[in-house]
Design a protein around this ligand. Structure first.
Ligand SMILES: NC(=O)c1ccc[n+]([C@@H]2O[C@H](COP(=O)([O-])OP(=O)(O)OC[C@H]3O[C@@H](n4cnc5c(N)ncnc54)[C@H](OP(=O)(O)O)[C@@H]3O)[C@@H](O)[C@H]2O)c1
Length: 493
């Protein structure tokens, strides 16, 4: 981690789920590591009329683990938190917020630095940004940065409109559009694996790669987020952002440096080079699905359409699989298979690169070598190579070399939100979405959405399985298969 930072952090949505589950623990992590120390204050805002004392109790509760040390630190940490009841649509309240921020700036000797965090429903993002400008909440003498949660838009047009309203207040260098996958240990580690190993660097090319597969499987259903999910679906919720970001890390050129500018340049190029399908091509390359009821381990699981808050005739997809191609010269023709969904067999995010198998040679045809990167819940990677079987034989067998981060050490490492807030406090935009990236990924996804809007069929899959049969057929028709099967014996998840 890095040096101590002074800032007044204003959190819109201070009473919300994200704040309590992720943001307060992340800020506490930064406090324990000394990034936030004496010169910081957090203003939590939401409509409900909480007192500072009550708010501090909430924060303490959100960050306490079982350790006595954490409990002692939590009180000192929470003393930096202030609550301001505020309706973000009411201009007058921004004046109160501004005065409180100025007072805390002086009290904690912050030096004018401001971090605004929009952890609210996205329909408020533009309103908040315009009020921050009209009520002059940005300072002249420190940094002013904005962290904005996903979803960033609903399609290209709405994302562009939102971007226009935010850039009327903040310039691109002040905007930190979050995709928490970019804060994950093993998502960031893809760059090190790809560009720090001559062994992999030499074969990271269409001449050697058979396919790339990205799986983001969730075991949970829609839970209590049906209201949001009904307007989103798996394509918007997972593919446009998390899947695309992993895909970019896997297919982009090597950046000239590990700087935000250099990384964004190659990522933007990777998205520019995605091969865009026409609407007519979507059906052959993308599969959607919806989970239906099933009994899993003796528990009756409702189908998506039976979930609270879901329309009986809902056409929202809870599963997507796709065959993505890129026109990037290094990967032209290499299929990138992606899949994500709810109520799949097991939670796992992982990436597998399968190298072209050896068809002939001294040892004859051999199974393909594979590299698998485990993003979550385990964090590590494995490499399958063909090794000679024990004894006097020329028979080769696939052997798996595994590396897994020690779970205790991984738990102690900063969590995604902590890394990302740390980056924003230090002015490092590397692990955030540049507008160009979002624009291109929305353009890509919009074509699929348009094709699906004209299609009245919705394939289904039983809860607890790995998606509709069509998702398997999508690969098999070209001689590929899903590498990861939940039943496969691999690194323990
Ligand atoms: N929760 C997650 O795990 C998660 C994960 C990824 C992304 N996100 C994103 O994070 C954002 C927040 O999600 P969330 O789950 O935390 O939502 P949430 O639990 O519904 O919280 C919304 C917050 O906004 C406040 N609020 C609502 N209307 C307001 C108004 N007019 N003026 C001022 N405050 C208002 C609410 O408090 P009051 O009711 O007291 O006003 C509450 O603090 C969303 O963009 C979501 O997509 C969330």
């Amino acid at each position: 981690m890095s040096k101590e930072i002074s800032a007044v952090i204003t959190l819109f949505g201070g009473s919300g789920d994200l704040a309590q589950r992720k943001l307060y623990p992340a800020l506490f992590g930064l406090y324990r590591r000394g990034v936030l120390k004496d010169h910081f204050a957090v203003i939590g805002t939401a409509r409900r009329p909480w007192s500072d004392e009550h708010y501090r109790d909430i924060v303490r509760e959100a960050v306490c683990d079982d350790s006595i040390e954490a409990t002692a630190q939590a009180s000192a940490f929470a003393s930096h938190f202030y609550y301001q009841s505020h309706d973000v649509t009411d201009a007058a309240h921004y004046t109160t917020l501004k005065e409180l921020a100025a007072q805390l700036d002086e009290q904690y000797a912050v030096g004018g630095n401001r971090l605004f965090y929009m952890a609210m429903a996205p329909n408020f993002f533009a309103t908040i940004a315009s009020h921050l400008k009209s009520e002059a909440l940005l300072t002249e003498d420190g940094f002013n940065r904005l962290i904005i949660e996903k979803p960033f838009g609903h399609d290209y047009a709405s994302a562009a409109a939102l971007n226009a309203s935010i850039t009327a207040t903040f310039d691109e260098r002040q905007i930190y559009r979050i995709d928490h996958y970019l804060g994950k240990e093993m998502a960031q580690a893809i760059l090190g694996l790809r560009f720090g190993n001559p062994l992999l660097r030499g074969v990271w090319h269409k001449d050697y790669i058979h396919d790339i597969q990205i799986t983001l499987a969730e075991a949970v259903g829609v839970e209590e987020r049906a209201g949001y999910y009904e307007t989103s679906g798996a394509l918007r919720d997972m593919v446009q952002n998390h899947v695309m970001q992993l895909l970019a890390y896997l297919t982009m050129d090597e950046p000239s440096a590990l700087t935000p500018e250099a990384v964004h340049e190659v990522k933007a190029r990777a998205f520019d080079q995605l091969h865009r399908y026409t609407e007519a091509e979507v059906a052959a390359n993308f599969v959607r699905g919806q989970y239906t009821a099933a009994t899993i381990a003796g528990t009756a699981i409702p189908g998506y359409r039976e979930e609270d808050g879901v329309a009986q005739q809902s056409m929202t997809e809870t599963f997507v699989a796709g065959r993505i191609l890129t026109d990037a010269p290094a990967f032209a023709g290499v299929p990138i298979f992606i899949r994500t969904g709810k109520r799949l067999t097991r939670k796992s995010t992982q990436v597998t690169v399968t190298f072209k198998p050896q068809a002939a040679g001294l040892f004859g045809a051999q199974p393909a070598n594979t590299l698998t990167i485990y993003v979550e819940p385990s964090e590590g990677f494995s490499l399958e190579l063909n090794g000679q079987a024990l004894g006097q034989t020329n028979v080769l067998e696939p052997e798996e070399l595994r590396f897994r981060h020690d779970p205790a050490a991984a738990k102690a490492a900063p969590e995604a939100y902590e890394r990302l807030i740390n980056d924003a406090l230090h002015g490092d935009q590397t692990n955030f979405n540049h507008w160009n990236e979002l624009a291109q990924t929305w353009r890509y996804v919009d074509v699929i959405l348009a094709a699906w809007a004209k299609d009245e069929t919705m394939p289904t899959y039983a809860a607890g399985t790995m998606g509709p049969d069509a998702a398997t057929a999508l690969l098999e028709r070209d001689g590929h298969h899903w590498f990861w099967q939940p039943t496969r014996i691999q690194m323990a998840d």
